[in-house]
Design a protein. Structure first.
Length: 206
């Protein structure tokens, strides 16, 4: 069973072509295709999931809105946020969708614990939270037993665009980031966080 996780470091990339590339990768993969993780950042963009309600966009602040095919409501991506797209064959890994979500969340919780930050889940609200404030979002699409999309972790970004939405459909949901939770001298770079995230994902998804 091939559970190797190949990694692509994409850097700063526009959202829409990256999403289309994930769709194409998933449509063309075979039972022998290695799983991949794509790490990147995006220029400012709101993404609205399949069940997303337009009213969760509270005001137009000039940030584009892209309607996409993952689950969940509206979220924000921007520079300083680490995005990890997971292109996995769930059948080969013998993972249910629920188990996958749980393992991704635990990878994030363990990652943050490594920085001395106690994070947790909130019942009925996928993602990871610190003192009730969302620090990581999660959204997936499953097609023919394979998943794409993934997670985003707020590291060192401008959080003000979140005020223009109900994050993930929750009115008044506070958001936070790594930079606000560790001392300035100890705050890791995006690349450092990305490497630790990959280590945690490999451990929890194997």
């Amino acid at each position: 069973m091939n559970t190797r996780l190949a990694v692509r470091h994409l850097g700063m990339v526009d959202y829409q072509p990256t999403w289309r590339a994930m769709q194409q990768f998933t449509a063309q993969r075979s039972a022998a295709t290695p799983d991949e993780a794509w790490l990147c950042q995006h220029p400012p963009v709101f993404t609205l999931g399949l069940a997303g309600k337009p009213e969760h966009l509270l005001k137009d602040i000039g940030v584009p809105v892209v309607n996409i095919d993952r689950g969940g409501q509206i979220t924000y991506h921007g520079p300083g946020q680490l995005v990890a797209y997971l292109l996995l064959d769930l059948r080969r890994r013998n993972l249910s969708v629920r188990a996958l979500v749980t393992r991704i969340e635990q990878a994030l919780i363990d990652l943050l614990a490594g920085y001395g930050i106690p994070a947790q889940r909130l019942p009925g609200a996928p993602g990871v939270y610190v003192d009730g404030a969302k620090i990581a979002a999660l959204g997936l699409r499953i097609k023919n037993g394979c998943c794409f999309h993934g997670l985003s972790l707020n590291v060192a970004m401008d959080l003000s665009p979140y005020a223009a939405i109900n994050p993930c459909g929750y009115a008044g949901m506070p958001v936070t980031q790594l930079r606000e939770l560790c001392s300035a001298s100890a705050c890791p770079t995006l690349d450092q966080v990305g490497q630790r995230l990959l280590d945690q994902l490999r451990e929890h998804l194997s």
